[in-house]
Structure formats: C-alpha cells, structure tokens
Design a protein around this ligand. Structure first.
Ligand code: ADP
Length: 284
C-alpha cells in the first residue's frame, strides 16, 4: 500500500551538499558532491526507504534532514516552514520532532550513562518536567520498547545489540517526534531480532503517529518494510515510487541492477510485501 498521495510531512527541494576532500597523493583539495538537485516528499504516516550503494549520499542526505548538517543549497519544508531559513532559536523546537537513529547504537549512546539517564537526557535538555517526572517517563518508555523497568540502571554495553537499538528508539521517542530516521539501524541485527524490532516500530507508529525514513542498502528488507522507496545513485534520486511498484516493476536501469543482486539472496519470507517470484520476474 502506498500513502504517497497523503500530505507530505517533510518535503525537500533542490537540496545539495558538497564536501571538500584532500587528495591522498600530491596534496590539494577537490570537491565531492554528496548529493545534488534532490527533491523528495515524505508522506505523513509512510515508511520511505532510501536505497543505494555505499557512497551514494544516503547518510549525508538524512543527516541534513535531521538538521545535523547544513546543506549548501535547497529547501527543507516541515510544518509549513523552510527549516533552512530559520535561525538557531527558531530551530530549537523543530529539532525534537525529527530524530535520527544510527546503525551502531553502541557508539551513539554514552557508555557511562544508565539506560534511564540516556532516555531522560533529551527531556532534561528541553527542560521538560521535573527530575522525578522525567525518570517515570524514561521507565515507561523503556517498557514500551520491550526493555524491563529493571534494566533502567544498566549501561549500554550490558545490553545485546537488539536491546541497545530498542534503547536508542526509547531515547528518540522521549520528545514525541513526528519523524524517525533510521540510518541502516536494522542492518547489523540478526533476522529474528530485526523482525521483532520491525514489529515494535509498527506498533509505535500507530501509537505515536510516526513517519519513518529508513536508509537501507538491503533491498529485500526495503521491500518488506517500506510503503515508498527512493533510489539514490551518485548523489541523485533516479527513481521514486510506491515500494511495491518499484520492486515489482523497476523503471530505471540502476534500480534494475540493484534488484538483480537479489537473485542470489535468500528467498523472501512469508508475509513480505513483495514475494521473491515477483521480484525475480521483474528483473531485466
Ligand atoms: P552513503 O551513506 O550512501 O554511503 P555518504 O553520504 O556517506 O554515502 O557519502 C556520500 C559522499 O560524500 C561520498 O563520496 C563520501 O566520501 C562523501 N562524504 C560524506 N561525508 C563526508 C565528510 N564528512 N567529509 C568529506 N566527504 C564526505
């Protein structure tokens, strides 16, 4: 099912980001376009998968969406405003509404803090509630993501990889965001753990009215979890469509070549949105 015709929660127009890199040999610097000319609408309540090979610009694009990096050109519309035209102060209340979750929560979560401290920290930064109220909310969030209240005193490294990702989700939810962005956050998990986190995210989406963006290199996973998909190739979006349509009938040669790599992968599991036969039929 595609929800791309619903109101966009976030829209980007003509977005571009260029880095300057140092030459490894001979000195000097050169410019690298992480991405350019990117237009994208993310429908409210949808799950958009941004797929593409390493170096395509996916991480930079979502870091810009999450306001962790500033693009060089373009516009990001959210809640009726172009965020790139806002000052620091005006952006402060917006930042809480867009949260980014990384692939490796072990490096993103402070190893010296307890689970409860990690979850309540964003509330403290935003000066929400009292310390006791924030602690109660942190415990509630830990339970909502499937971690027990008893784990509140544990530190990130006391948890398994999947549990750490749940902890990162609890922290991201603390400020009741509208948009959760996952940068390959499911990629390093084993299948059973990944499935349980996908199910958790489905529940949380309904409960919190969330919209998701997933950066993924695994097209099989994208076909299973996304309502919409965008393919990024060398910093440009070359195809954008409802996920089921894109994976069954890819239009761009690059999307076709990405899908052909799936031929050698495991068969799709029961309940996938796009079955493997359908995917293989669609290959060039
Ligand atoms: P992806 O997430 O698809 O692997 P990235 O967004 O990480 O792609 O990178 C896109 C391009 O931008 C690459 O050429 C990469 O080398 C370059 N790049 C990314 N981050 C930086 C940075 N901090 N400094 C310099 N170049 C960067």
């Amino acid at each position: 099912m595609s929800v791309s015709r619903c109101n966009p929660l976030i829209s980007i127009r003509n977005l571009a980001k260029t880095y300057t890199q140092r030459r490894a040999i001979g000195g000097g610097r050169f410019a690298v376009d992480a991405f350019r000319g990117v237009d994208l609408d993310v429908a409210e309540g949808s799950t958009l998968a941004i797929v593409g090979e390493s170096g395509a610009g996916k991480s930079t694009l979502v870091r810009c969406l999450a306001l962790l990096e500033k693009p060089d050109a373009g516009e990001i519309f959210f809640g009726g405003a172009n965020l790139l035209a806002l000052g620091r102060k005006q952006l402060f209340p917006v930042r809480r509404q867009i949260q980014l979750i990384f692939q490796d929560p072990a490096s993103a979560l402070n190893p010296g803090m307890s689970a409860a401290e990690i979850v309540e920290e964003p509330l403290a930064i935003q000066r929400e509630g009292t310390p006791a109220g924030r602690r109660r909310r942190a415990i509630e969030l830990l339970e909502q993501v499937g971690l027990s209240a008893g784990s509140a005193g544990k530190r990130p490294l006391d948890f398994s990889g999947g549990q750490r990702q749940r902890l990162a989700i609890a922290r991201a939810l603390a400020l009741r965001p509208k948009l959760l962005i996952f940068d390959e956050a499911l990629s390093s998990l084993d299948l059973a753990t990944r499935d349980s986190i996908v199910a958790l995210l489905d529940r949380l989406r309904a409960e919190y009215g969330l919209t998701f963006v997933h950066v993924l290199h695994d097209l099989r996973l994208a076909s299973e979890i996304a309502t919409d998909a965008a393919v990024l190739f060398e910093g440009r979006i070359v195809e954008r469509a409802p996920a089921a349509q894109m994976f069954a009938r890819p239009e761009h040669p690059y999307t076709r070549s990405l899908l052909s790599a799936l031929k050698s992968l495991r068969p799709a599991r029961e309940g996938s949105r796009v079955e493997s036969a359908e995917l293989v039929e669609a290959l060039p």
